[in-house]
Design a protein around this ligand. Structure first.
Ligand code: AMP
Ligand code: MG
Length: 404
């Protein structure tokens, strides 16, 4: 457990989380269900790629050696369609019409495009200046990849190009990470569901919806949503159920030093092991992380909406992605577009918009909030810059940007 008067840094918090998260199980899924998933096996070519010498223009296939002897008129003996087995040139001064994607006929090694000859009475007469070099307009067998060399490595995220490669390897299904399911729990007596009547002293329950949105944007589908009042008995009963039923528990609120901030105490009483409570950062100081009695991760995010979202993106999302086998993408470097000054030197998470100047250089335009409750200021921003503990940051300061 990491706690006490010396607060841990964000980097230490990240490392402590990573150390507790076991690799997520993998499963074999049909190709169409693998979009956006993390590959958990290397994928090898089934055959050479391309698997045969392949015509890559519509035209005629000829023997370049015959062309080299000065022959410019060829007898067109037949048609080689894509998907048909290879024909054979009947003789040196013969040509076979080929279609893009067809196998190169035996005896031919050059494709003259259809624009460069005219056919009359079954004879293709080549135009002057036509080149007839070996393997012109032919993709050679094995040019792109060969069996035995992985085309895709475990850890790759499967987007459209990668799915094409898996299909080309002849695989109908492939091993990918099984995405975890998440239970998102907000705590607080003051929180009222959108759509329900609300009194002056109450506030809308917005954090859970922000968390769910960020998870869904990343392709997670099985996400529970619960609200628990600040009541020790209710918290204990409901959290016990959630700890047993869900892969990952994400809580918001109830972590500070108020009389009704009961979450760390209740989690401990349910057998959760606290790994850390409090991180030297602003916003998000009360962040909590632990491991439930079943060994599953529990993230306690601070209730203030800016802190909730920042901590979700800074800690939860990358840790889950890493556990699913995806290499941790480093945050993007971007230069601060204007100087910033703070009263205290502590790691800051500063909302920013990313801009490109005329020369293509990236900069981060600060969009400071009026405090950790000012989630309105986040709308239209791209993410937040992590600034190391300093009081002043000049314009041009290179910050690490995390996208929402
Ligand atoms: P807490 O950490 O529970 O003390 O909450 C800190 C602040 O964030 C309080 O002003 C809460 O009202 C607010 N808050 C807590 N949970 C939520 C939520 N789910 N949605 C919006 N605001 C919240
Ligand atoms: Mg609360």
């Amino acid at each position: 457990m990491i706690r006490g008067p010396t607060l841990i840094t964000p980097q230490m918090a990240q490392e402590a989380i990573d150390a507790e998260l076991a690799p997520w199980p993998a499963e074999s899924r049909p190709l169409e269900q693998c979009i956006g998933r993390t590959l958990r096996e290397d994928v090898y070519a089934e055959r050479d790629n391309p698997p045969f010498d392949r015509a890559c223009m519509d035209g005629i296939a000829i023997d370049s050696a015959v062309f080299g002897r000065g022959v410019r008129r060829f007898l067109v003996q037949g048609i080689q369609a894509a998907g048909a087995p290879a024909l054979r040139l009947a003789g040196g001064e013969h040509a076979i019409e080929v279609m893009t994607g067809s196998i190169l006929p035996r005896g031919a090694d050059c494709v003259i495009p259809v624009e460069e000859y005219a056919v009359s009475d079954g004879i293709a007469a080549l135009a002057a200046q036509v080149a007839g070099t070996p393997y012109r307009n032919v993709q050679r067998r094995g040019e792109d990849s060969r069996p035995g060399v992985p085309m895709l490595k475990a850890g790759t995220t499967l987007g459209a190009p990668e799915i094409a490669v898996v299909a080309s390897a002849g695989l109908a299904s492939v091993r990918v990470s099984r995405p975890p399911d998440f239970m998102v729990v907000s705590t607080g007596d003051e929180l009222i569901e959108p759509g329900a009547p609300i009194a002056e002293h109450q506030i809308r329950r917005s954090n859970a919806y922000a968390i769910i949105a960020a998870l869904k944007e990343r392709g997670f589908e099985r996400i529970g949503n619960d609200h628990i009042p600040d009541d020790e008995g209710l918290l204990r009963d409901r959290l016990a159920l959630h700890l047993a039923a869900w892969d990952v528990l994400i809580l918001s609120g109830g972590l500070s030093k108020g009389k009704f901030d009961l979450v760390p105490h209740v989690l401990r009483s349910l057998g959760a092991r606290e790994v850390f409570h409090h991180v030297a950062q602003q916003p998000g100081h009360p962040m909590w992380f632990g491991v439930g009695p079943q060994g599953r991760p529990v993230f306690g995010l601070p209730g203030n909406p800016v802190a909730t979202l920042v901590c979700l993106i800074r800690y939860v999302v990358p840790a889950i992605a890493a556990a699913m086998g995806t290499a941790r993408a480093p945050p993007e470097p971007a230069a601060l577009a204007s100087p910033m000054r703070f009263s205290r030197a502590i790691t800051r998470f500063l909302p920013v918009c990313i801009r490109w100047d005329e020369r293509g250089a990236r900069s981060a335009v600060p969009r400071p909030t009026n405090g950790p409750g000012d989630f309105l200021a986040l709308t239209g921003t791209d993410g937040f810059a992590e600034l190391p503990p300093q009081q002043e940051y000049p314009a041009g300061f290179l910050a690490s940007v995390y996208r929402w």
